[in-house]
Design a protein around this ligand. Structure first.
Ligand code: UD1
Ligand code: MG
Length: 463
């Protein structure tokens, strides 16, 4: 296997994004744009990966600190050619071929990169370009060929003549090069263009001038060459990615009732025969089991949903676990640390945070359960609140198995309710309740006979 080095360019300001966040950290399918290119080149198992970062370099490095990558800092963003030159110290004497990619071209595939490198090696080229033909080439560098069809250069949109702008073959910004040629060609490049930048694209014309071998590989699939330079392009890539991800899950046996309104992040996993309704967002590392039903209008971030679980219409869930055959919603909110075991039911207007609820327990209406541990087969009546916060600290509520909590109960934590206990409706529980006991804290009821009649008569007399 021959030696391969990679230069990934990610230092650009991303001016056209009009953002204070570096372009490559903008999110696509829930992950920074840069992570796509990085992942793709890693599958080629190169001997060295150099990433050129600049604008907010520390922020970019922080996100990928764990990977075996050489980071190079481009102090001033003087153009893609200058960015490549910044890697010269690392790669000048590299004993193999180099692959240059842009961090803003996320859908390039390992197969196409392998094809590019193979062609480069077969022909012993100095530079091999990746190109494709598109109907709307606006914004891209155009490939210039002579009458014999040989590549003689690349012209950027900003510098192109009206005739050149009509060329539909575009530069992907992805190149296989020999280090010997690359760095000597860039040494001679200038900023003599409309944008006042050093262009890496100049190496094509230089190779031609010097009589070096120059090759071009054409990709049949323009999608993998699309770059992200504007918010509009980011949105349209997000749309393409969404279609691709949705198609993949449908092929894997998941029903999506209205795919254009279903947003599934790249890393999400879904079991077969699950049915997902409209306006559902599955984000982060969410894992959905088999045969689940998500009615719709659901926003899930880093959630685990067991097999046969049901999310009724309109729920928000984050960093929580929903057990097998459990039911949540409509209009429920599960916050971080909520763990629902098998067959738990959480109903409308119920919020659960940092609480474990054991098998078969139900809280079906209007409740807040926070910092609590609930046993099996208990019932939490409508309007029950765990009062967990004293203004300084959070306190725990512990509820045993088969407990019946009456409606409109306040459980003032820390408090423990023993197994099989009953709490009378409308109670404010401040002391522990032993197993099998009934606890009541409400004022005894008083009926005042005939009161209404007397009240009405008095009222009439006053008139
Ligand atoms: C570039 C190509 C263009 C090609 C297009 C494909 C040049 C001059 N033009 O244009 O021919 O069709 O990509 O998407 O290269 N960068 C740096 N430092 C800098 C400037 C840029 O690291 O000083 C990085 C950017 O982060 C980006 C890459 O280089 O990853 C390309 O720069 P960008 O400004 O996006 O160039 P395009 O206009 O897209
Ligand atoms: Mg670009």
């Amino acid at each position: 296997m021959s030696t391969l080095g990679v230069i990934l360019l990610a230092a650009g300001l991303g001016k056209r994004m009009q953002s204070s966040l570096p372009k490559v950290l903008h999110r696509l399918g829930g992950k920074p744009i840069l992570s796509y290119g990085l992942r793709t080149v890693q599958t080629l198992e190169p001997d060295k990966i150099v990433v050129v970062v600049g604008y907010q370099a520390e922020e970019v490095k922080r996100r990928y600190g764990g990977d075996r990558i050489v980071w190079i800092h481009q102090e001033q963003q003087l153009g893609s050619g200058h960015a490549v030159l910044c890697a010269q110290g690392e790669l000048q004497d590299f004993p193999g071929d180099l692959l240059i990619l842009s961090g803003d071209v996320p859908f390039i595939t390992p197969d196409t990169l392998a094809r590019l490198i193979d062609r480069h090696r077969e022909r012993g080229a100095a530079v091999t370009l990746l190109t494709t033909s598109v109907e709307k080439p606006r914004g891209y560098g155009r490939i210039l060929r002579n009458a014999q069809g040989k590549v003689i250069g690349i012209v950027e949109e900003a510098d192109a003549t009206e005739t050149e702008k009509k060329i539909k073959e575009i530069n992907a910004g992805i190149y296989a090069v020999s280090p010997r040629f690359l760095f000597s060609a860039l040494q001679g490049s200038t900023q003599g263009n409309r944008q006042g930048e050093y262009y890496v694209t100049d190496i094509a014309a230089t190779a031609c001038r010097r009589g070096e071998i120059i090759q071009a590989v054409q990709s049949e699939n323009p999608i993998e060459i699309l770059g992200i330079n504007t918010r509009e392009e980011l949105a349209s890539m997000e749309g393409l990615l969404r279609e691709r991800i949705n198609r993949r899950w449908m092929e894997a046996g998941v029903t999506l009732l209205d795919p254009p309104t279903i947003y599934i992040d790249e890393e999400v996993v879904i079991g077969k025969d699950t049915v997902i309704g409209p306006n559902t967002h599955l984000k982060g590392h969410t894992v959905i089991g088999e045969r689940c039903v998500i009615d719709g209008s659901a926003f899930l971030t880093d959630v685990r949903l067991g097999d046969d679980a049901r999310l009724k219409f309109s729920v928000v869930l984050s960093q929580c676990d929903v057990g097998q055959a459990a039911e949540v919603g409509p209009f429920a909110h599960l916050r971080p640390g909520a763990v629902l075991k098998r067959n738990v039911h959480i109903g409308s207007f119920v919020e659960v945070k940092n609480s474990v609820i054991d098998e078969g327990t139900k809280a079906n209406h209007l409740s807040y359960i926070g910092d609590a541990v609930l046993g099996k087969e208990s019932n939490i009546g409508a309007g029950t609140i765990t009062c967990n916060y004293d203004g300084f600290e959070k306190h725990r509520t512990i509820i045993g198995n088969r407990v019946q909590i009456g409606s409109n109960t306040q459980l003032v934590a820390p408090v423990t309710i023993g197994d099989d206990a009953y709490i009378g409706a409308g109670s404010t529980i401040t002391k522990d309740v032993p197993p099998m006991a009934l606890a009541l804290s409400r004022v005894p009821q008083k009926n005042v006979e005939g009161w209404v009649k007397r009240f009405r008569e008095n009222h009439k007399k006053k008139k």
